[in-house]
Design a protein around this ligand. Structure first.
Ligand code: URA
Length: 231
């Protein structure tokens, strides 16, 4: 059940109001310690280009200080599958394009193995600016950035979301359980339950643990099967 967003800072509430957002708080599932503010998409937003204009040269959190480029997301605006990672790394910060570094090369291979291309799917991240030294984004950074991803999801209307790694999975599902428990099964997007979501390991994890590639492929096979069934 949605509650009033009383825990949010005045500034953040102001940001939401400024863009006609109706802020709500979703209760986290069992293991999540706190509630997270999840705003509804801006009223009247119809395209990714409009979201990008709304984002602008964003300075809403400290990540703007060290970033080179904002990594908005890329791919097919009408994609059936949306992949969501954690945040840009060095190569992405330089290019402005998600998943172009080593982990990106592996993600490309996963997409190719699914008989898809980058142009057919959409790829985005939880935060759009690189956290220094690739650290995990903070709660505040995530809270500031999430309205834009949420709006992208609303515009794209994917048939399936694949979350890559724990940060994206726990935020989208609303459950802080470990990756080993979240992966391999279908969940629902916490604020948009009509969209099925598969959580799987992050490609960067696969670079360190190549044995887990098989598990990710099992997860992707489930995704393809469900997509086929829903046709
Ligand atoms: N890791 C991510 O989570 N996202 C990127 O865009 C690149 C690496």
């Amino acid at each position: 059940m949605a509650q009033k967003n009383s825990h949010l800072t005045k500034e953040y509430q102001g940001l939401w109001k400024e863009h006609g957002l109706d802020a709500v708080v979703l209760k986290r599932k069992k293991k999540q310690k706190k509630t997270r503010g999840i705003p509804k998409a801006p009223v009247g937003t119809k395209s990714l280009a409009e979201i990008q204009i709304w984002l602008g040269e964003c300075r809403r959190c400290g990540l703007c200080k060290e970033r080179d480029k904002i990594v908005f997301g890329s791919g097919n605006p009408k994609a059936k599958i949306l992949f969501i990672g954690e945040g840009p790394g060095k190569a992405e910060d330089k290019s402005g394009v998600p998943f172009v570094g080593r982990a990106g090369v592996l993600l490309d291979k996963i997409i190719e193995a699914m008989s898809l291309t980058r142009d057919e799917v959409y790829i985005a991240n939880i935060v759009k600016c690189r956290p220094p030294k690739n650290r995990v984004p903070t709660e505040e950074e995530i809270d500031r950035c999430l309205p834009f991803l949420q709006s992208q999801i609303k515009v794209i209307q994917p048939k399936m979301i694949v979350t890559l790694g724990l940060t994206a999975s726990s935020i989208l599902i609303g459950d802080d359980s470990p990756m080993g428990q979240l992966r391999g099964k279908f969940h629902k997007v916490a604020w948009s339950p009509s969209i099925p979501l598969m959580a799987t390991y992050h490609p960067a994890y696969l670079l360190r643990n190549p044995a887990a590639k098989k598990v990710v492929w099992d997860d992707m096979k489930q995704v393809l099967k469900k997509m086929k069934e829903s046709h």
